[in-house]
Design a protein around this ligand. Sequence first.
Ligand code: XIL
Length: 330
Amino acid sequence: DDSLRARAADVGRPFDVGTALAENPLLTDSRYRALAGSQFSMLTPENAFKPQFLHPRPGVYDFGDADLVVRFARANGMKVHAHTLVWHEALPNWMRENDGPQEVRRTMLQHITMVAGHFKGKVAEWDVVNEPMSDDEKSYTNGDLGLRSDQSPWFEAMGEEYIDEAFRAAHRADPKARLFLNEYGIEEEGERWDALYDLVKRLKKRGVPIDGVGFQNHEYTAGDRTDPETFRSHVQDLAELGVQARVSEMDVPIREDEEDGRQTQADEMAGKLRVCLEEPNCTSFSTWGFTDRYGSTADTKIYPPRMADSLPWDAALRPKPAYERLLEAF
Ligand code: XIL
């Protein structure tokens, strides 16, 4: 039968089509499970691999939910894109309370070694560092090279080095896993992309084992459309550095006043998928969830709630035009 994953298997090179998988419906909703397992060849655990859940207290690890996700993937012949080892969010409180840089460094390295070690051979890829770029425009010109310093205990303790060390530790713990740096707001031209590109260039020059960059492609702000051709040129810039790319977390909320919103949504998603298929170093296309049924970006303090209409299947699990257009894009 026809499915996104059947089409992906036919493109003539390794290519995965993925979704973020929400842990709660995985347990409670059999139709959700069936659709996830039959349509996608790769999954990203939406929350279960975040330090807050995996590493609640110093030296105490809880792999329960994460192992469940891994078993689901294996049972359905899917790859796991694990997310995420090092981020400034989703940290347990104890990781923010510390006795100085040496301890922070030790904590980060121990976390990576334990967690990537636990999943060695069971996950195909890791987001090693998530969202390292700053949201503060001044940081692009003040000597911070655009890196996030605010709220990041990792940058605060180690500066840019934390990124090198994180990738090296992940590579030691699971040498076969492909290692990604994942970021949002880098689809467009501008200082943010330039700074990210320069960072990747420096990492490569220093021999850091980074395999790829994830472009989140959230369009959280409804109407926040981005040009697939700009994305293409960024993917090509990375190819020149010997670095892969992926669309890692796409969603496209529809503006309330938008006519033909669902067509626009379909165009946005299919446009990015097509570019990804056409660029040989673009290895996968993933949406952040697949159904409007679960408003799982519901942490309204940080994220706008997931908008009612932003993914390829509606709340009744019926396919929307975006699904048809994604199929056609292959
Ligand atoms: C979000 C989840 O979707 C929410 O359920 C959670 O409350 C907060 O995190 N970029 C990322 C993801 O890399 O980890 C975020 O996921 C969405 C933005």
